[in-house]
Every structure is written in structure tokens, then in C-alpha cells.
Design a protein around this ligand. Structure first.
Ligand SMILES: [Zn+2]
Ligand SMILES: [Zn+2]
Length: 235
């Protein structure tokens, strides 16, 4: 419920009464992501590029990262964007199942701890203001807020903003188009991020263009370093 607009809060309360919690994976009642479905989440296992987390045979940076280093030091994702992980991301984004942010962020918090990811500040990938008003919430901010509560890292509420709307990523076909689409789309606030080691949070990593553009804006505003963490990724 945290991070919801008043309207979304009412909508969520009504939905909770009409539709008691059911697992997005198997439909069992009692939780939004049951323990057996959590156990079946498809892990994004190494070996992978240590920078962008693309599957790789050896542990060196992949060709793309060697050619042009992303603005983030490294990106990590817990799961592949498949099966139950995909169902969960979809339900959080499109079905107003904001309560799902809790079990998802719990898994992310465990990952941060296990992988000993160090940061001073969490920053969520922002939505354009109008799109956020239409949806009632930003799914990445929900994940970041829940993660903040669980791992004790502060969340920069206004550290990063999207200064213009970009067409939904799915409509712009190739990687180059995606990159053009998000370049300069973000602006970071120096008062929040200067000198900080940032952990950037999003639900899904596709080509990495959005995370790269966000990291670039954060670095331009003086962030000491940027790591990115997403719940899922497309390989
Ligand atoms: Zn289940
Ligand atoms: Zn790479």
C-alpha cells in the first residue's frame, strides 16, 4: 500500500475485498506468490557478463560492454523474464496487484544481502508523471520502497525524474531505437545523489538502455557509482 495515490489506495482496498490474495503463479489462495512458485522462479544464473549480466561463457565483459561501457558499473537481475517471474512482473505492472511488491522485494532484499551489494541510496526508475497518474503508482517505486524497508537503505524519493514521455519500449523495435528513445529522458537531482553510491531499481531489464540512461543522468549529477538491480531480465 505504500507509495500509492489515494485513489489507488481505495482501488486496492476494494480489490482486496473482492479478490482475496491468490498466487499469480498457480492460483492457490493465501498469498500473492506462494512458496512453491517462489521456488520455481527461473534464476538468472552465471556465467554472465559482470557488467550487463548478459549470458556469457567466461567471466569477462561481453563484446557490447567492451565496445561501449554502460554508465552503470554493473546490472544484476534475480530471474529470467519467463514463467512465474513474468507473471509476477505483469501482475504488478498491469493488474493493480501492488501487494505483490512485498514478496518480490523480499526476494530482492535477500539477493542484496547474499551478493553483498553495497549502496548508500536506492533510486527507482521513474515513470513519466502522466503515465504514473493514469496507473496510480510506479511499480519500480513500489519495489524500491519495499526493498528500502527490508534492507534499511534510504530511498531517494525525488532523486531521478523522467523529463519527457517516451513511447512504451515494446513498440520501438531494435536496441538502437530503444537507446535513442531514452537518451536524455532522465534528469537527476544533485541534492539527493551527489557523492552517493546508488542502487537503481526496476522491475525488468530488457536491453539495458533505460538503466544506462538513468545511470548516466545520476553520474552527471555527481553520483559516486551506480549499480542496477531488477527483479527479472530478458536474456
Ligand atoms: Zn503458486
Ligand atoms: Zn555486458
Amino acid at each position: 500500500m505504500v507509495g500509492l495515490s489515494p485513489l489507488a489506495r481505495v482501488r486496492q482496498a476494494v480489490l482486496d475485498v473482492l479478490f482475496p490474495s491468490r498466487c499469480v503463479g498457480c492460483g492457490a489462495y493465501g498469498s500473492f506468490l506462494c512458496s512453491s512458485c517462489q521456488a520455481e522462479l527461473p534464476c538468472a544464473r552465471p556465467p554472465r557478463c559482470p557488467v550487463c549480466w548478459q549470458p556469457q561463457r567466461q567471466g569477462d565483459a561481453c563484446g557490447r560492454c567492451r565496445e561501449e561501457r554502460p554508465a552503470f558499473q554493473g546490472a544484476r537481475s534475480l530471474y529470467l523474464y519467463q514463467g512465474v517471474a513474468r507473471e509476477a512482473v505483469h501482475a504488478l505492472k498491469y493488474n493493480y496487484l501492488s501487494a505483490l511488491a512485498q514478496p518480490m522485494a523480499q526476494l530482492m532484499a535477500r539477493y542484496v544481502e547474499e551478493e553483498a551489494i553495497e549502496a548508500d541510496l536506492l533510486v527507482a526508475v521513474p515513470l513519466y508523471a502522466r503515465r504514473q497518474r493514469l496507473r496510480g503508482y510506479n511499480q519500480s517505486a513500489l519495489l524500491a520502497r519495499e526493498l528500502s524497508r527490508r534492507c534499511g537503505l534510504p530511498l531517494a524519493g525525488r532523486g531521478l525524474a523522467r523529463r519527457r514521455n517516451t513511447p512504451p519500449q515494446a513498440r520501438s523495435a531494435d536496441a538502437e531505437a530503444r537507446k535513442r528513445n531514452v537518451t536524455d529522458a532522465f534528469v537527476a537531482d544533485r541534492r539527493w545523489v551527489e557523492g552517493k553510491r546508488i542502487l537503481l531499481i526496476d522491475d525488468v531489464m530488457t536491453t539495458g538502455a533505460t538503466l544506462d540512461a538513468c545511470a548516466r543522468a545520476l553520474r552527471q549529477a555527481g553520483a559516486a557509482s551506480v549499480w542496477a538491480l531488477t527483479f527479472a531480465r530478458e536474456d
